[in-house]
Design a protein around this ligand. Structure first.
Ligand SMILES: *[C@@H]1O[C@H](CO)[C@@H](O)[C@H](O)[C@H]1NC(C)=O
Ligand SMILES: *[C@@H]1O[C@H](CO)[C@@H](O)[C@H](O)[C@H]1NC(C)=O
Ligand SMILES: *[C@@H]1O[C@H](CO)[C@@H](O)[C@H](O)[C@H]1NC(C)=O
Ligand SMILES: *[C@@H]1O[C@H](CO)[C@@H](O)[C@H](O)[C@H]1NC(C)=O
Ligand SMILES: *[C@@H]1O[C@H](CO)[C@@H](O)[C@H](O)[C@H]1NC(C)=O
Ligand SMILES: *[C@@H]1O[C@H](CO)[C@@H](O)[C@H](O)[C@H]1NC(C)=O
Ligand SMILES: *[C@@H]1O[C@H](CO)[C@@H](O)[C@H](O)[C@H]1NC(C)=O
Ligand SMILES: *[C@@H]1O[C@H](CO)[C@@H](O)[C@H](O)[C@H]1NC(C)=O
Length: 654
């Protein structure tokens, strides 16, 4: 008995050993107190002698922090060295002087160059040398560079890790804790174009860890206008090599890793953007309110104000991340009924719902294909426009010759009765001057009742459009996502149904139980009638300015938010049904009394801007022009979007 048991164990152990596969997934290191991740992919190999490399490894750790330093001056002196190091430190959050443990100097300046202390050597033009200045600091004799046969592969300047045992060189990623809970997981690129989940973790809020590569590796070019731009992607877009959750744990568990990256994400990657992680979405991109509805995953934290206001949904992760993290440049979200605009408004950043149909949504979970759009959330209006050109290509007008000179407003305050209203009116006044425009207040419901389309048969706008949105999202998503998910899940789990959060369940039930099976066809018909009326009678296109007018409405007014159901008609529904762009501009911040801190805190004030279909490019250009004119400001990260103005307010009023 005992003997056969032993033999069985031996056989098992042998089988396991014989079939083992082991792969390297990178490693984490701490350099001068900062956590880094060395990518598992070799970017180059230094053919230096083994004893030279091992002598450089003074820390007992195989990986030596290395800086590839590029010098274009005629004489590489100490002051040039310090200037380059200063520039790297200022330009890049990944580089720190600990990476000067080893220096690979690429001297492309004129010949010969004197390399003074701390390196102390002579270089001819285009000569490259590897220095170990940690030795140079103690002895000027040892400061000589070492000859080596050079890179197998040329790599850009920046911080790297060099293996003392093999000479292999790896990219360095700085690690940040996702303290706001904005991400679902950190990603790193594989060499075949797919991605892997980042295998690193650091201390901080018990949240995922995100790795960002050095900015010094990237140079923007015409072909790579987004080179090095750090991109977070809402977790309804597929990315090859990793799973898509759509905000649902059962969905994440059920389906295998994706093998194709969504078209929209791939366009951004091809233009040089660096995907650093997947970001949270409310479940199946339906509207959810923090924290009651977020059962499967906790809602991200909106850092503005007291830090406990709703981040809005469904592109909550990108909104919360852009509001909080200097190390995240742009988020890719989606907007079906306000899912980019809502998070942009309350997290205080730029955000666009584009004209409908500008980019393929292949590889993206649908809510309603007739309403779904892909757009951005960012603090930087210039990057916003650049990224839009990549994502939408020629589908956004860029041939307009002037900005519109007609401003329409809806729901705008008429007096500066509070801080937010004062900010909105101040922005409107500056915009009017900037555009040399006339401003007319409109009420869409009134316009509709006095000069609405005959096809609507006199129905009020609320009766005509009030259920278009909930009908479309519930019936279309049920067909396209829910049914196949239920069938696949049941097949894999003995007929069981998966858990789904309350909000999507209530919406799907509405489409199944409360309206007729052909309600979608009716809803699309009503939507088309509205769209045609809007384009003809409210905001027509224009040959010079693309759009005859722009329409402004208040986005957020520094009021702590309350949940609302998705029925009814409001100004924020116009873009959904008329397929026109609706873009959020942050214009300031206003105080409210926090029930949490028991102090006055500040929340963003934002404006939404609409134009005719396809005129997205004109609004992007307007955001740039207003920023250049000082009328718009780039919002900061953190509790206050405008720290300077906050201190001015204190000086004036306190
Ligand atoms: C460092 O940056 C400054 C400002 O951009 C530039 O003038 C200087 O030439 C840079 N130093 C080197 C060594 O490239
Ligand atoms: C580097 O190589 C050159 C030419 O082969 C040689 O003259 C020089 O002495 C070498 N320097 C060192 C530090 O080995
Ligand atoms: C990608 O995945 C799909 C669905 O699992 C599968 O049908 C297809 O064959 C895969 N394609 C490749 C190239 O592996
Ligand atoms: C503003 O518009 C008015 C009337 O359309 C015109 O006379 C004036 O020249 C314009 N001013 C500027 C600065 O464009
Ligand atoms: C949908 O129908 C159910 C059952 O008839 C009802 O209880 C519920 O209030 C309805 N919901 C809506 C949004 O109309
Ligand atoms: C479409 O409009 C008609 C006419 O007002 C209205 O009765 C109906 O409820 C609307 N249907 C949908 C699905 O929006
Ligand atoms: C811009 O292009 C569109 C579509 O080609 C055209 O209809 C419009 O007239 C053009 N506008 C200008 C100012 O050239
Ligand atoms: C906050 O409360 C204080 C005390 O009631 C009040 O004076 C102040 O105006 C309030 N601030 C805001 C922004 O409502």
């Amino acid at each position: 008995m005992a003997a056969s048991f032993t033999r069985a164990l031996f056989t098992l152990a042998f089988a396991v050993t014989a079939s083992a596969t082991v792969s390297y997934s990178g490693e984490t290191l701490v350099v001068n107190g900062i956590s880094y991740y060395a990518s598992p992919n070799t970017v180059s190999i230094i053919s230096a002698t083994a004893d030279m490399l091992s002598s450089a490894s003074t820390t007992g750790v195989d990986l030596i922090p290395l800086t590839v330093l590029e010098d274009t001056t005629s004489s590489f002196t100490t002051s040039v060295f310090r200037s380059v190091v200063g520039n790297y430190t200022a330009a890049d959050d990944v580089f720190n002087t600990g990476f000067l443990q080893a220096i690979y100097l690429k001297h492309t300046g004129s010949s010969p160059a004197t390399v003074a202390y701390p390196l102390g050597a002579a270089l001819t033009q285009y000569e490259t040398k590897l220095f170990m200045p940690s030795r140079a600091y103690t002895s000027s004799v040892e400061a000589q560079g070492h000859n080596f046969t050079g890179w197998r592969t040329e790599i850009p300047a920046g911080p790297y890790f060099l293996s003392a045992s093999t000479g292999e060189v790896y990219q360095a990623y700085r690690l940040y804790s996702d303290v706001q809970g904005a991400f679902t997981e950190g990603l790193i690129p594989n060499t075949d174009g797919s991605f892997s989940v980042l295998s690193a973790a650091v201390q901080g809020a018990q949240s995922p860890t995100i790795g960002v590569p050095s900015k010094l590796y990237y140079t923007k070019t015409a072909a790579k206008p987004l080179a090095g731009v750090r991109l977070g992607v809402k977790d309804i877009y597929d990315i090859a090599g990793v799973k898509t959750s759509c905000g649902n744990r059962a969905f994440y568990e059920l389906y295998p890793v994706k093998n194709i990256t969504a078209v929209a994400v791939q366009k951004l990657i091809d233009a040089g953007a660096v995907v650093i992680g997947k970001m949270k979405t409310s479940q199946f991109a339906n509207g959810e309110t923090a924290t009651a509805d977020w059962v499967d995953y906790h809602s991200p934290f909106n850092i503005r104000g007291d830090g406990y206001q709703d981040p809005s949904s469904s592109s909550s992760g990108p909104g919360a991340g852009i509001g909080a993290y200097e190390w995240l440049d742009i988020g890719l979200g989606s907007d079906t009924g306000g899912s980019i605009r809502g998070p942009s408004e309350v997290n205080g950043c730029f955000g666009n719902r584009p004209s409908h149909g500008l980019v393929s949504l292949d590889g993206v979970m649908p809510l309603s294909p007739n309403l779904d759009t892909a757009g951005f959330l960012t603090r930087d209006p210039f990057l916003w426009h650049e990224a839009a050109k990549v994502l939408y290509g020629d589908n956004i007008a860029s041939n307009f010759t002037s900005f519109p000179t007609k401003i329409l407003t809806s729901g705008f305050p008429t007096s500066a009765s509070n801080e937010a209203n004062a900010i909105l009116l101040d922005f409107l006044s500056k915009l009017q001057t900037f555009l040399n425009a006339t401003t007319t207040a409109i009420n869409v419901a009134t316009l509709w009742s006095t000069s609405g389309p005959a096809a609507a048969g006199g129905a009020s706008i609320n009766d005509y459009l009030g259920i278009v949105y909930p009908v479309l999202i519930s019936q279309q998503q049920y067909e396209l996502v829910t049914l196949p998910f239920y069938v696949d899940y049941a097949a894999a789990h003995a007929g069981k149904r998966p858990f789904v959060d309350p909000a999507p369940l209530i919406r799907w039930a509405y489409g199944q139980n409360n309206v007729s099976a052909d309600a979608t066809a009716q809803a699309l018909q009503n939507k088309t009638v509205f769209m045609d009326w809007w384009a003809e009678s409210v905001i027509p296109s224009n040959a010079q300015s693309c759009s005859e007018s722009i329409l402004l409405y208040p986005g957020s007014t520094a009021n702590p938010t309350a949940p609302v159901p998705p029925t009814g008609f409001g100004i924020s529904r116009v873009s959904n049904f008329a397929e026109v762009p609706d873009m959020v501009f942050p214009v300031g911040q206003a105080a409210y009394n926090s029930t949490i801190t028991l102090q006055e805190e500040y929340l963003p004030v934002t404006v939404d801007i609409l134009a005719a279909k396809g005129c997205d490019g004109m609004i992007f250009a307007l955001a740039e022009a207003l920023t250049n004119a000082g009328i718009l400001k780039i919002p900061g990260v953190g509790s206050l979007i405008d720290k300077l103005n906050f201190y001015c307010t204190l000086l004036v009023f306190k």
